[in-house]
Design a protein. Structure first.
Length: 521
């Protein structure tokens, strides 16, 4: 006897019931209404968005204004600052005119998308962050290597636009005037001779090209199940559906990369066309000089789609940083890494004075790292790591940093600790006194340490590089129970702690407990 097949018309009804049940559970677990205490923050975010939108509508910065602002934070890169300042003014002047007269936006306009070239750590990202901060527009930064053509392996490039909306606190109108910055763009150059789809290169370029030209991006990606469910529930509850797309027409796209091999490629092209060009002459040019000579054909040969290279008309080359540049960054740029370390120490009530020759030594070591300004943090972290760990627990409130400190930080710290040993011992004795007073207050037991016992505890703190609290917690962990037991047996609440007790706390405590039982009898 054959089994009866279920009526196919029942299947949609069953799926619909399952979907409604799933939506009901999600609604219970994660209600979509914002919590009441977030009303104030939402109101503030809305006010900030309106303030920024007004700045864009009334944009009146001049290229020199932007350049002068960048000079406060970024050392050197004069040509990059100049070109960037002009490109930014052109872009946001166009945006302002489009807002004033929507018909103006219907005209054909070549957007000033930018490509930044130069080695790591020269300030490419920092330049764009500073510009976004000056204008007030939302800013999103990502690495090109995390994206794929389909979005199933890695991320979809459209996620960048959605992240821009998040950076704008959900304000789509504000997000459409933001800046998207993609680093390591040279890593997605398609290898020559690739057969079939290159999900990490060509496909990403084509998808990014669509964004840079103009397209409408859905606010919910295909893999964003929660967002799609929220939209369905909003419709069921009769709420006005939120805007589902954002247009990329006025979003400024900046891409950057080190392009290590591009300079060699340009050099070979130029030299191959020059008869009798000597190797000595070839070495006279810097890598950045060859990058400045790169044309669209060079980018295509490097592995970029012709349309993609053509949509990046503003090409800016950042120069490598010299030792002098790194020195100037520490001394004169606002929010420099050196000032950050000063603030870190000030958080512990400690200050340091750094000599000019020490700054120069840091710059030299950082230059050897070959990572641009990032090398400064590498060097300073190595120099100050143990200082940060040790000094907050000492009496030291200020110290000097000279070239010897930079070259031999461990020796300098040891010398400083030895110099302050007497003051440090006095500080530890005060901490022991405070501990004794707190112990008496909490346990009702009075402790008095003999002079040699006190010195013995101080010695332990210095030798083992541990705090007074830690020494007592580890060596005298049975104090509370043991002394209370003695007090109950003998009625004694005041105890004298000798050096022998410090040397063998468990043995001495056991001995006194045994004696207290005898007294009880």
């Amino acid at each position: 006897m054959s089994e009866e097949k279920p009526d196919q018309t029942d299947v949609p009804d069953s799926l619909e019931k399952q979907l409604h049940e799933m939506l009901r559970k999600v609604t219970i677990v994660a209600p979509m209404q914002p919590p009441q205490d977030s009303a104030g923050s939402n109101h503030n975010a809305s006010e900030q968005s309106q303030e920024t939108l007004n700045k864009i509508r009334q944009f009146n910065l001049k290229p020199r204004d932007i350049r002068d602002y960048l000079d406060r934070f970024v050392i050197r890169q004069d040509e990059a600052k100049k070109v960037l300042s002009v490109a930014i003014c052109d872009h946001y002047n166009h945006v302002r005119r489009c807002i004033e007269d929507p018909k103006f936006g219907e005209e054909e306009y070549a957007k000033h998308n930018i490509i930044l070239l130069g080695p790591s750590g020269v300030g490419k990202t920092y330049l764009m962050r500073c510009i976004a901060k000056l204008i007030g527009v939302p800013f999103v930064k990502a690495d090109a290597t995390k994206f794929s053509e389909t979005g199933y392996v890695g991320h979809d490039v459209e996620d960048l636009v959605r992240d821009l909306v998040k950076a704008a606190n959900g304000d789509i109108e504000l997000a459409q005037y933001g800046i998207i910055y993609m680093d390591e763009i040279d890593k997605i150059a398609s290898a020559s001779g690739t057969i079939g789809k290159d999900v990490s290169g060509r496909g990403v370029q084509i998808n990014l090209l669509k964004l840079m030209e103009e397209t409408d991006v859905n606010m919910f990606s295909q893999t964003d199940l929660l967002g799609q469910m929220q939209a369905i529930m909003d419709m069921q509850r009769g709420r006005d559906p939120q805007k589902k797309t954002i247009n990329t027409r006025h979003i400024l796209f900046i891409v950057s990369g080190a392009f290590d091999k591009l300079a060699d490629q340009v050099m070979r092209r130029i030299h191959s066309s020059q008869i009798g060009f000597s190797g000595r002459q070839a070495d006279a040019r810097l890598e950045s000089d060859y990058l400045r000579l790169a044309g669209t054909r060079d980018f295509i040969d490097y592995g970029f789609e012709p349309e993609f290279a053509g949509r990046l008309p503003i090409r800016i080359v950042c120069d490598p940083l010299s030792v002098e540049d790194l020195e100037q960054i520490m001394l004169h740029s606002e929010g420099s890494i050196l000032s950050q370390y000063k603030h870190d120490f000030q958080g512990f009530g400690i200050d340091f004075n750094i000599a000019r020759e020490a700054v120069r030594a840091v710059a030299n070591l950082a230059h050897d790292e070959k990572t641009g300004a990032r090398g400064l943090m590498t060097v300073l972290e190595h120099v100050f790591r143990d200082f940060k760990f040790e000094l907050p627990s000492t009496v030291v409130k200020s110290f000097d940093v000279d070239e010897h400190t930079i070259r031999s930080p461990h020796d300098t710290l040891a010398e400083l600790m030895k110099k302050m040993e007497s003051e440090q011992r006095d500080l530890l004795k005060e901490e022991i006194k405070t501990f004794i007073e707190q112990f008496d207050k909490e346990q009702g037991v009075q402790l008095s340490f003999t002079r040699d016992a006190l010195e013995a505890i101080v010695d332990l703190c210095i030798e083992e590089k541990r705090s007074v609290k830690n020494i007592f917690a580890v060596r005298f962990h049975d104090f509370e129970y043991g002394l209370k037991l003695i007090a109950r047996n003998s009625g004694k609440t005041a105890f004298s702690i000798t050096k022998r007790f410090v040397s063998d706390p468990s043995g001495e405590l056991s001995k006194r407990i045994a004696e207290s039982f005898k007294q009880e009898k």
